[in-house]
Ligand binder design. Structure first.
Ligand code: MN
Length: 256
């Protein structure tokens, strides 16, 4: 437990312990963009209030709608860095897995935010549950064209080439990504853009875990799998926020 004062009257410490139970928060797919200031406001309030009280906050990708390099964060990127670093200074551990929109986020920006960049996927021990954290696009194996682009765009050469391009060119790429994002929102009925059950089972087996948490598909749900495993899918932040709160053995996926 953090923040327990040492000079408290007897009995107060245990009360505080009940109120400040260690909790871990998971969010993804905020798709922050200057076009949707109310979602930015919701996120900044979430950081100031709930996240500052938590033990840790994990952002599982697509925090930003587009990211064209740590050298061009824009006013929005600067504001978010300021708020994240305030949360980190308050004692909350911040982890970040890059999504398919902000996969170009680098160590320079992460340092400014006080966040730790994590590999996609990675295993986190949560209570008794080794849990796989991932953005989720790796599970959408039916979308072969996308998986091809993903493999290409995660190579250091591709990224170095892109980041060396003039800002105007990179901004044009971001504009195109925004258009694709809108089309993606409209294609949510299609199985092509959902996680494939075989890919989910294969991933759980590969890492030897019984739980996974991911976003990306914008289909918030808790799936109990035939194997006994559980898959927690975080929702996007379009009409409202979505957060998975883990307090002890209690795992709750909620709207904000
Ligand atoms: Mn995504």
């Amino acid at each position: 437990m953090r923040r327990a004062g040492s000079a408290l009257p007897s009995g107060t410490a245990s009360l505080l312990q009940a109120a400040h139970c260690v909790s871990h928060l998971f969010i993804s797919d905020l798709h922050l963009d200057t076009a949707r200031p109310q979602i930015t406001e919701l996120f900044l309030r979430f950081l100031r209030d709930e996240a500052q009280q938590a033990e840790s906050l994990y952002i599982l990708g697509d925090l930003f709608e587009a990211w064209i390099g740590d050298d061009a964060p824009g006013a929005l990127g600067n504001e978010v860095a300021h708020s994240l670093s305030a949360c980190a200074r308050a004692g909350t551990r911040l982890g970040f897995i890059r999504g398919n929109r902000d996969f170009l986020m680098g160590p320079a920006y992460a340092r400014r935010c006080g966040i730790q960049l994590l590999p996609d996927p990675c295993v986190l021990k949560l209570g008794d549950h080794p849990t796989l954290l991932l953005h989720g696009d790796l599970l959408c194996t039916a979308d072969i064209a996308y998986q091809r682009f993903r493999a290409q765009s995660r190579s250091p050469d591709w990224q170095a080439g892109f980041l060396a391009r003039p800002l105007a060119e990179r901004e044009a790429f971001a504009a195109q990504a925004r258009g694709e994002s809108q089309r993606y929102q409209q294609s949510l009925q299609s199985d092509l853009t959902d996680a494939q059950p075989e890919a989910v089972e294969a991933m759980l087996r590969l890492y030897g875990v019984g739980r996974m948490i991911h976003g990306h598909t914008h289909r918030p749900a808790v799936h109990a799998l035939p194997s006994g495993a559980r898959r927690y899918v975080l929702g996007d932040w379009y009409d409202h926020g979505s957060v998975l709160r883990i307090t002890g053995s209690d795992w709750q996926l909620s709207r904000l």
